[in-house]
Design a protein around this ligand. Structure first.
Ligand SMILES: Cc1cc2nc3c(=O)[nH]c(=O)nc-3n(C[C@H](O)[C@H](O)[C@H](O)COP(=O)(O)O)c2cc1C
Ligand SMILES: [Mn+2]
Length: 468
């Protein structure tokens, strides 16, 4: 039986030197977001806040999967095995199992009525122009009312009072299911899970085919069925080892003014109206850890979770292009707000890099609008080398192709909203840039397109020449 908790991952991060503890008093409504963001930006570390003004007994953690090192720790593998391991594991979904409710950690405290008060959670005031505190780490478990099949996705929630939040639903599975409840004029039961093993967050952000319970993807990553317990007030099941569960429902009608909110693009999602979520009960562990999903300006967990999903799915997708490419690496750039991907490959024939780039822009994910191909001698994870390729190996009239009037990710503010539609529907231009060496360049590549490395650089070890 594998550990499926958030706290197991936190202990591993700490043991590997990937986390700092903040023992001085901090304030979720004033400085926790800034401290967490800076601790990762300057030190590359996750943060655990132990003394929270106004929230005795609670802890907050952030930036727990912000890079591949931390994902590898979560899965207990080496960093360079991350994407191949994910690609392999998602191919074998593992169904969750139901366990006894009584001893489940997530049921240690059960709050109903006025005690189920959202303002008692240490939710953060995230970005400068946000209107107030948000719960940004809630994974919504819902069920298709026709089939009973579960669905899990992440939804930001602006706290609107003790028992209500906004609830943004982008046009994907969750919206399709919500519309079914709406058509029956019924509220949609929702269990919001806050704080669980990173495998669950990965699966909640994962775009699967309709009808696949994302908890099976979490099980595949863990190589262990996710253990579930029944909710107290709604007909749904939730991970037994979660930190917090908010049980409630999204109303069939009524909207609330929400936003702006610092989003995964690194800019703001503009203010608008969202559906309304009403609380019925809150259950949590006795000494709860609130996972604050750092969002907004990169680099944050928000970008890293989706980027890791995109890297997996695009790698898997490219495996089927032209019967299989010599694909060496795929990077979705969280630092570019998820809107660019870099593909490293060994083109076997002229034109292959461009085919791969088109495929990378028409995968299950809409986010990337720019795709760049680099050669096998370039480290796709090192933007200095990628940019060097963008000039030395790109002749724009031949290597840059624009594809206008295509569907664009809903949060890309620079692209137009489809006339007459909500901002969830955007249209714009995608770009492919083939920064691999020009075809036929093999014979002359040594001088014309190779990095001019120092003479004898491969045999010279710097350490031999430095003072002891
Ligand atoms: C941190 C984070 C926050 C997200 N917030 C939202 C959100 O507020 N609304 C939304 O519809 N999708 C949001 N998403 C994206 C969905 O979780 C994701 O697209 C998921 O695959 C949708 O699942 P579905 O196709 O089953 O609906 C968020 C993703 C992440 C990683
Ligand atoms: Mn789904």
């Amino acid at each position: 039986m594998r550990d499926q908790s958030l706290r197991g991952h936190l202990a591993n991060l700490e043991q590997r030197g990937e986390m700092v503890r903040i023992t001085r008093e901090t304030d979720p409504h004033a400085n926790v977001s800034a401290i967490g963001w800076k601790a990762y930006d300057r030190l590359g570390k996750a943060t655990r806040f132990e003394d929270l003004k106004g929230f005795p007994g609670w802890q907050v953690v952030s930036q727990i999967v912000a890079d591949r090192r931390k994902w590898a720790i979560a899965l207990g593998i080496e960093e360079d095995e991350l994407i191949p391991t994910l690609v392999e594991r998602i191919r074998t979904p593992v169904k969750p199992v139901e366990v006894e409710s009584a001893p489940a950690p997530v049921k240690e405290v059960v709050l109903r009525g006025a005690d189920a008060d959202l303002t008692r959670l240490p939710a953060l005031w995230h970005a400068e122009h946000d209107p107030g505190p948000y719960i940004a780490s809630g994974m919504a478990i819902i069920k298709d009312p026709d089939t009973g099949i579960r669905n899990m996705s992440i939804h930001r929630q602006q706290i609107m009072g003790p028992d209500a939040t906004g609830f943004l639903i982008c046009p994907r599975h969750a919206l399709r299911i919500y519309k079914k409840y709406q058509a029956r004029n019924e509220a949609m039961p929702v269990a919001m899970v806050i704080g669980a093993h990173p495998a669950l967050y990965y699966s909640a952000a994962f775009t699967s085919s309709y009808g696949l319970d994302e908890l099976e993807i979490a099980g595949s990553l863990l190589e262990d069925p996710v253990r579930l317990v029944k909710c107290e007030t709604i007909d749904l099941e939730v991970p037994a080892e979660a930190e917090i569960v908010i049980e409630g429902e999204v109303l069939p009608e009524g909207m609330v003014e929400e936003g702006p909110f610092g989003e995964a693009t690194g800019t703001y999602a503009m203010e608008g109206a969202t559906e309304i979520f009403r609380v019925k009960a809150i259950t949590h562990r006795r000494d709860p850890v609130f996972y604050a999903m750092q969002c907004g300006a990169p680099m944050t967990d928000t970008q890293s979770i989706t980027a890791t999903c995109i890297e997996t799915v695009v790698t898997d997708h490219l495996d089927n292009i032209e019967g299989g490419l010599d694909l060496l690496d795929v990077r979705c750039l969280g630092i570019a707000g998820l809107m660019a991907v870099v593909i490293k490959l060994r083109p076997r024939v002229e034109g292959q890099a461009k085919t791969a780039l088109m495929a990378a822009l028409s995968s299950p994910y809409l986010h990337p609008k720019m795709a760049i191909a680099v050669d096998e001698d370039v480290d796709a994870g090192d933007l200095r080398q990628v940019f060097w390729s963008l000039t030395t190996r790109v002749e724009a009239s031949r290597d840059v192709v624009k594809i206008p009037n295509t569907r664009i990710w809903s949060l890309d503010n620079v692209s137009d909203i489809v006339p007459g539609m909500s901002p969830m529907y955007r249209i714009g231009t995608k770009v492919i840039i083939d920064a691999t060496r020009p075809a036929g360049a093999e014979a002359e590549a040594r001088e014309r397109f190779s990095p001019a490395m120092p003479f004898a650089h491969e045999s010279v070890a710097l350490a031999d020449f430095l003072p002891d």
